[in-house]
Design a protein around this ligand. Structure first.
Ligand SMILES: NC(=O)C1=CN([C@@H]2O[C@H](COP(=O)(O)OP(=O)(O)OC[C@H]3O[C@@H](n4cnc5c(N)ncnc54)[C@H](OP(=O)(O)O)[C@@H]3O)[C@@H](O)[C@H]2O)C=CC1
Ligand SMILES: O=C(O)C1=N[C@H](C(=O)O)C[C@H](O)C1
Length: 232
């Protein structure tokens, strides 16, 4: 498979290594604010860039008829726009806030726990995410997906950064040098805490999941998520 890498930072470089090991070829690397790149050699594009570049990168792929896997976070205000464009251009698109198998299992566990906790009285919900200090967005995309999983299964109506109230889930975002990504959901009562945590040890799981998603998407048309790729 011939892959275009839109974004060649920490993730782009890890994806290059894994894709090459799996027998794929990188035909394009884009690493700056230059949207005049040529996607014509690519079977599929993988976008791990920056929040302000993702919409242009994804749109360029639809215009060029190239399936696109996006992992960039912090641009989701434009998600519906991208879905409409994908449908209009009969494109192929996957967005996931987190491509690792472990986190996608954790997403399912989180929803199940929320459903169990919903009728139980006396517990408050809180979330924490920890990432490296270069991260541009907060809270993380993964934390937002986790919050949405809780909102869909409880009477919570939203989330708030660093604060919460009876109706919303507080998400604390911490930035600590070198941390690849740690997410915790805690239910606290006066007598105990119930806590689930996913800790990424490195970026390998994210990158492998993105390459597997690209292999899966290559010959498809439509809008998909990691649940489709992993059959969860
Ligand atoms: N969904 C998932 O599983 C995961 C998602 N992510 C997300 O992926 C994104 C990238 O993460 P990461 O690799 O760690 O970040 P990096 O900052 O290491 O890499 C981003 C790269 O994109 C480059 N860039 C800037 N402008 C453009 C542009 N217009 N087009 C293409 N590339 C551009 C940057 O260049 P320069 O430095 O010169 O600006 C930089 O090299 C983030 O949004 C992060 O949250 C990260 C890990 C997992
Ligand atoms: O920026 C990162 O590094 C990560 N970003 C994603 C997110 O915002 O959830 C996924 C992972 O946690 C690493």
């Amino acid at each position: 498979m011939k892959i275009a890498l839109l974004g060649y930072g920490k993730m782009g470089k890890t994806i290059e290594k894994i894709a090459t090991e799996r027998g794929h070829t990188i035909v394009l690397k884009v690493d700056k604010d230059d949207s005049n790149y040529d996607l014509s050699q690519a079977d599929v594009a993988i976008d791990f860039s920056i929040p302000t570049a993702a919409v242009t990168n994804i749109s360029n792929c639809f215009e060029a008829g190239v399936p696109v896997v996006s992992g960039t976070t912090g641009w989701l205000d434009h998600y519906k726009e991208m879905i409409s464009l994908c449908k209009e251009k009969k494109g192929a698109f996957i967005y996931a806030s987190n491509y690792s198998l472990g986190v996608n299992l954790f997403f399912e566990l989180n929803k199940r726990l929320a459903k169990m906790m919903n009728p139980v009285e006396g517990y408050s919900i809180a979330m924490e995410e920890i990432h490296h200090t270069q991260k541009l967005d907060a809270p993380s995309g993964t934390a937002i997906t986790l919050a949405e999983g809780i909102i869909d299964n409880t009477n919570k109506t939203g989330w708030q950064l660093d604060q919460g109230d009876q109706n919303t889930i507080p998400i604390v975002a911490k930035r600590i040098e070198q941390v690849p990504g740690t997410h915790t959901v805690t239910y606290s009562s006066e007598v105990d805490d119930i806590e689930i945590t996913h800790t990424a040890h490195n970026r390998h799981g994210f990158a492998l999941g993105a390459v597997v998603a690209a292999e899966w998407l290559k010959d498809k048309t439509g809008v998909f998520g990691m649940k489709d790729v992993l059959g969860l």
